[in-house]
Design a binder for this molecule. Structure first.
Ligand SMILES: NC(=[NH2+])NCCC[C@H](N)C(=O)O
Length: 400
């Protein structure tokens, strides 16, 4: 493939050479965080936005330096909103909120209709506060506090991993479990439906379906998916993905992996990521109790379910390899817990044995290096306050 050719979209592995990735450079939506709303908006603190942008630019630069094409969600969204149908759908979905009432909704529809694509994308991402609207003449604006959001901001757009996930050459529009993130997938759906770059790409799942988040979905090998089931992805979400994947010939095996229903382990990728075709780095405090159910297509659209057996064993069997190597970080439980919280296990492989990781997790990173993994360390002091690492902050669109 020549340097300038656009890589065909599709993802069949966690570690195949990364060609194209979607990121979101943090922006005005992060400036909406306050000590009063940060918990509800799923941030553990208030990031210093300028510094978060600098850190994010450095992340993107590392990827580009390795030949990865970086697409930005905000740019794709703005380009998408240049089309009338996408615009109309975006405005209708965003203003459907019953809190608005008819009068204010009508007023906002007019206001949004006058915005150029960039400004409209800005409102969809950063939201709109009651005191930013005047002259609506509605009782709703008169009664609501000034600082109340009429359109909620989406600070977690930063974690592009969760709001869509490619399975082979299809894109999964996920369904996010937390209220603060529900609208994100309306935006990814718009992009994948209307942006010319994705014309002809078939979509699966959808934001109206059972909860399923990209941080829980892993392509262990061609035809083998692992799906974490816990705080975010529900059993029903995993079941629908398995059925769809079998029906469409996108996988032969799905491993359903129960994980603790805690913030620290909100997604499978907070405890385990792949760093080589046959190796994972995993939070040592859970490594030996993580188990999986093996799901395969049964007769007449039924699912055949086996297990549970230890995750590493189930995975190796499904992948058709002797062993899925656990890179044992061997850390004492307290260091392991601290580094897991700071996304030490949340690495982004950009090819086999090469992974991006937060620099702060020094011990995990040095164990990875000792195991032969090239660690591309990035700063994440500000980025990390939303509890997400390099894998969470990236949606691979094309991998070899
Ligand atoms: N794939 C991931 N681990 N994503 C992390 C998402 C973090 C985000 N603040 C949330 O709570 O949803």
């Amino acid at each position: 493939m020549s340097e300038t050719a656009v890589a065909r979209p599709g993802v069949r592995s966690e570690v195949g050479r990364l060609r194209t990735v979607m990121l979101h450079r943090p922006g005005a939506e992060l400036k909406r965080l306050t000590p009063r709303n940060n918990d509800a908006l799923l941030f553990d603190g208030l990031p210093w936005v300028d510094r978060a942008q600098t850190e994010h630019d450095a992340f993107a630069a590392v990827l580009r330096s390795r030949g990865v094409e970086v697409l930005y969600l905000a740019e794709l969204l703005t380009q998408t909103l240049a089309g009338a149908a996408a615009r109309e759908q975006a405005i209708a979905l965003t203003l459907a909120d019953l809190r608005l009432g008819d009068r204010l909704r009508g007023y906002l529809r007019g206001m949004a209709g006058d915005l150029d694509p960039e400004a409209l994308a800005g409102v969809l991402m950063a939201g709109l506060r009651n005191d930013e609207v005047d002259g609506s003449g509605s009782l709703v604006t008169a009664l609501l506090p000034d600082q109340e959001f009429l359109v909620n901001p989406l600070p977690n757009l930063l974690f592009t991993r969760d709001s869509s996930v490619w399975v082979q050459d299809r894109v999964t529009i996920t369904s996010l479990a937390m209220h603060a993130r529900r609208r994100e997938t309306q935006l990814t759906e718009l992009i994948y439906t209307f942006h010319p770059r994705f014309a002809g790409v078939e979509r699966i799942h959808g934001w109206q379906q059972e909860h399923l988040e990209g941080g829980d979905v892993m392509a262990l090998a061609d035809g083998v998916l692992a799906v974490g089931v816990g705080e975010r992805t529900t059993p029903a979400g995993a079941e629908r993905l398995a059925r769809t994947a079998f029906a469409e010939g996108l996988a032969h095996t799905v491993l359903a992996v129960p994980i603790d229903q805690d913030r620290a382990t909100m997604h499978l990728d907070t405890i385990c990521t792949m760093v080589d075709t046959d190796a994972v780095v995993m939070y040592p405090n859970v490594a030996h109790r993580l188990a999986a159910l093996t799901v395969r297509a049964g007769r007449d659209g039924d699912l055949e379910v086996d297990g549970p057996v230890p995750f590493l064993e189930a995975a190796a069997r499904a992948m058709g390899i002797d062993q899925l190597r656990l890179i044992d970080t061997g850390l004492d439980p307290v260091t392991a817990e601290r580094e897991q919280w700071d996304d030490g296990n949340n690495t982004l492989a950009i090819e086999p044995k090469v992974a991006v990781a937060y620099e702060r997790n020094e011990e995990t990173n040095s164990r990875l290096a000792a195991a032969g993994i090239e660690v591309l360390a990035i700063a994440g002091s500000e980025l990390g306050s939303g509890r997400g690492g390099p894998r969470c902050m990236s949606c691979p669109i094309s991998r070899d």
